[in-house]
Ligand binder design. Structure first.
Ligand SMILES: Cc1cc2nc3c(=O)[nH]c(=O)nc-3n(C[C@H](O)[C@H](O)[C@H](O)COP(=O)(O)O)c2cc1C
Length: 311
């Protein structure tokens, strides 16, 4: 299945406990072309685990909806994909998570060591459903075993319609610098769209990644936390060649928009506290605010704390 045409080439990365439906909708409002759910266990989804079902919090307003799955069991992937068939437009396969809990079960970046298994999973997903399957990869396990050209090709040949390269190894976790030249090499070898990811925190980084790697799309993770406005800046930059800064008041207003959406869609409190702290990072008196927010027990309480802070 062909990857759909997006309104923007900048996307929001999947981030556990961060990219809830309210945050995704805000990023989409500001112009993100696509916004991925956090990773969801295919094994748990196949068992119809209640908590996991709640993680599939996608809504029609965010079409095309992209749900990310992690796992290692083909049958569970197929069952999960079939369940998702009428709930989203894209399924993304996590081939990059470096957390020990995930690696131990043979999922996420552990699969980078098993190209044949990747092939089996992507083929099974592509045959199971008639929607695009995309893959999010890291460079390899460590600097001495980088195999991203091979794994990216395997994903493509097995039916993936877009690949994202987070240009770090499993061993790097989130440290060190993302090695963008690998994104360029994958792009030169790929017949499907390539998304570059890693260390894009500003419009300048976005532009530099596009120029240096020639990637089709740019995925932004940490740079969007507390700052969904980055997608508006990118859109503005692409339209006019310049972009405007966001004031603290505008940023606080974004947080109130987030709170409204979070209430409407029943987002869990820990995410809301995290976002409230992130949106206000660096503002005057924000350390006291962080403390107060960490004690909040309801979204109403968070709203009151924020109203107080704003005045
Ligand atoms: C808090 C957090 C949670 C993440 N969760 C996921 C996830 O669920 N699935 C995934 O593929 N990557 C996950 N990532 C990795 C990001 O999607 C992204 O690849 C990485 O942060 C590099 O991009 P950045 O430099 O723009 O942040 C996570 C990253 C962070 C910081």
């Amino acid at each position: 299945m062909k990857f759909p045409k997006l309104k923007s080439d900048a996307m929001l990365a999947p981030m556990a406990d961060v990219t809830d439906v309210a945050f995704r909708l805000l990023c989409r409002k500001y112009g993100a072309g696509l916004a991925f759910t956090e990773m969801v266990s295919a094994n748990a989804l196949a068992r119809m685990n209640k908590a996991t079902l709640l993680m599939i919090d996608v809504v029609p307003d965010e079409k095309p909806r992209a749900v990310q799955l992690f796992g290692q069991n083909i049958e569970c992937f197929v069952k999960s994909a079939e369940y998702l068939e009428d709930k989203c437009e894209i399924i993304d396969l996590n081939l990059g998570c470096p957390h020990s809990k995930i690696i131990k079960q043979g999922s996420g970046s552990a699969l980078l060591e098993r190209p044949n298994k990747i092939k089996e999973i992507v083929s099974a997903l592509s045959s199971a459903v008639s929607m695009p399957i995309t893959c999010k990869l890291r460079l390899g396990i460590d600097k001495s075993s980088i195999n991203v050209i091979k794994t990216a090709k395997i994903c493509e040949e097995a039916g993936a319609s877009m690949i994202t390269i987070h240009a770090r190894t499993q061993k790097q976790g989130y440290t060190g610098k993302a090695d963008w030249p690998w994104i360029k090499k994958v792009k030169e070898n790929a017949g499907i769209p390539v998304t570059g990811n890693g260390d894009v925190r500003s419009v300048e980084d976005y532009e530099r990644m596009k120029n240096e790697t020639k990637c089709d799309y740019v995925m932004i993770g940490r740079g969007a936390i507390g700052n969904p406005y980055i997608f508006r800046q990118i859109a503005e930059f692409n339209a006019t060649g310049k972009y405007s800064k966001q004031s603290d008041i505008e940023r606080l207003n974004d947080l109130f928009s987030y709170l409204g959406l979070a209430k409407k869609h029943g987002v869990q409190l820990k995410n809301i506290i995290f976002h409230a702290q992130s949106f206000t990072k660096g503002m005057r008196n924000s350390s006291m605010l962080r403390f107060k927010l960490s004690k909040a027990k309801t979204i109403e309480e968070i709203r009151c704390i924020m109203e107080d802070f704003k005045t």
